[in-house]
Design a protein around this ligand. Structure first.
Ligand SMILES: Cc1ncc(COP(=O)(O)O)c(C=O)c1O
Length: 390
């Protein structure tokens, strides 16, 4: 096979990492000059800034007025584990896992919390488990969008309106890009560095009235570190959800998150953010449709992520190789793209089938995804022809 000439155009912003993700278009560090640095987060202006982040989150994500929104420590993981440690144990638990992070929540439930009455609904990379097995009597932990497999749940129809359990949804790579069905979700979590391209380390914890009722009616039998404590004297600590964070947040990161939210609102809010992700996915879908060496990892369009788009190499010259050599090929592909400065951090997740993962969230421009695709062909053909001549 003849090698392709290098494409003439490079993506203007080659950041395609799935977290921390690309900053918003037009982001500059100077935008953060108004950050409340050197001030207490408990000062009047500090609290106001945190409350503004909560209020803007509600506005942009269209979160129902009776849901609580809190800024919590330890990023998305902190928010998910806080909910699990605070709420689980009183009734059966089901955990839906279809990629690495869902599997982490399985480990928490089985090996750390050591809950007895549990059921794990699992599927391999590229698939969803049978969601019709989700029961209404059980608590449910699931990931809305599996960042490492590029698979998402298409909707929340598998959750009953008259459920008895609470649903805990890790939505970190879904929020701002996909429609979250708030009526079906009791706990929703995400972190700032994903779809909005914010800075890492802070988690968002969103609670439905049913989640609040659970917190106020159930005390887990295990000790809870301060960082996980959401109640005081049997009542939800409402101040957390007004901006009185459990421990100290970074006011610089808060400013950056606010900057991202304001940008999101300025372009048209949630529908516009979702449209940008969809447009990015469409660029890749159009390219994949005419490209024989590559396929989506997600097996069907309905479960295909519009944020963490995972693609796998299906060319026989690669798939006929032993697994280690396939993984090596995928690694080289990502390295070559990185070396050319056209796609940074686009390697697939270490446990996922060999391929690439291209973040398509709202902060990425479709023109950059467009500019990337000829480079993907170039990099593949360059490495495939080396295989042939080896
Ligand atoms: C689905 C999912 N859950 C959890 C996490 C962990 O997120 P954090 O680093 O914000 O704790 C990630 C990170 O990529 C993720 O994609």
């Amino acid at each position: 096979m003849t090698t392709l000439a290098k494409p003439a155009t490079r993506p203007a912003r080659p950041e395609f990492s799935s977290g921390p993700c690309a900053k918003r278009p037009g982001w500059k560090v100077e935008n953060l000059q108004g950050a409340l640095v050197g001030r207490s987060h408990r000062s009047k202006p500090g609290k106001a800034r945190l409350k503004e982040a909560i209020d803007q989150t509600r506005a942009v994500l269209q979160i129902p007025a009776d849901y609580l929104i809190g800024i919590v420590p330890a990023s998305d993981t902190g928010a998910v584990e806080m909910a699990m440690w605070s709420m689980l144990g009183g009734r059966p638990v089901q955990v839906v896992a279809f990629e690495s992070f869902g599997k982490d929540w399985v480990t928490d439930v089985l090996k750390q919390l050591k809950l007895k009455d549990t059921e794990v609904l699992e599927a391999g990379y590229g698939k969803l488990p049978d969601l019709s097995k989700v029961r209404k009597d059980a608590d449910l932990v699931f990931t809305w969008n599996g960042t490492t497999s590029g698979v998402r749940v298409p909707n929340a129809d598998f959750i009953a309106d008259d459920r008895e359990g609470v649903t805990i949804c890790d939505a970190t790579s879904a929020a701002f890009a996909q429609d979250l069905d708030w009526a079906k979700l009791d706990v929703v979590t995400f972190s700032w560095q994903k779809a909005m391209g914010g800075e890492a380390a802070h988690g968002m914890l969103i609670l439905s009235p049913r989640a609040v009722a659970r917190l106020e009616s159930y005390s887990p039998p295990w000790p809870l570190p301060k960082i996980f404590r959401l109640t005081k004297g049997g009542k939800v600590a409402l101040d957390i959800f007004e901006g009185a964070t459990i421990n100290t947040p970074s006011m610089l990161c808060v400013e950056d998150y606010l900057d991202a939210l304001k940008w999101g609102a300025s372009i048209g809010g949630l529908p516009a953010l979702q449209a940008r992700s969809n447009a990015n996915l469409q660029v890749l879908a159009d390219w994949i449709a005419k490209t024989s060496w590559v396929e989506f990892l997600a097996e069907t369009p309905a479960i295909r992520s519009n944020t963490s788009v995972c693609i796998k190499v299906v060319d026989k010259r690669v798939t006929d190789l032993p697994p280690d050599a396939q993984a090596d090929f995928a690694k080289k592909l990502a390295s070559l793209l990185e070396k050319e400065g056209v796609a940074l951090d686009a390697g697939g997740y270490r446990d996922a089938p060999p391929g690439l993962r291209i973040w398509c969230g709202a902060t990425v421009d479709a023109s950059d995804v467009e500019a990337l695709t000829p480079w993907l062909d170039w990099a593949f053909q360059t490495l495939a022809s080396e295989l042939q001549s080896a």
